[in-house]
Write a protein that binds this ligand. Sequence first.
Ligand code: AMP
Ligand code: ZN
Length: 114
Amino acid sequence: MSDCVFCKIIKGEIPSIKVYENDDIIVFKDINPAAPIHVLVVPKVHIECLEALNQDNIDVVTKIHAAILETTKILGINTDGYRVIVNCGKNGGQTVPHLHYHILGGAEFGEKII
Ligand code: AMP
Ligand code: ZN
């Protein structure tokens, strides 16, 4: 997707502050953090949202979750805990149409989701 901001970050055409990367996944700091620690876990393949997952690409979910575990260790939030959020579509408030998982940490968020 040539006009996708996250594809541009993956290709290095837009700068980002990388926290973790492997062949399939990139993790970088959110440009507008909603918590003391706020990073985005992004598959390198362009998948629009959770609803675009199918039998052919759903293996990426395992890779995303493995990258989350690497990232929370790197950021030192694996023991205190964190929140993972995936927004999907209009009602989910998704603004970038490339599947991504938010990791929020560094604070105690309480029981309410929003
Ligand atoms: P969502 O609303 O779930 O689609 O989240 C998109 C997130 O991407 C927001 O939290 C934005 O702050 C973040 N974002 C947008 N552009 C960039 C960028 N160039 N670098 C880092 N984060 C970005
Ligand atoms: Zn993309």
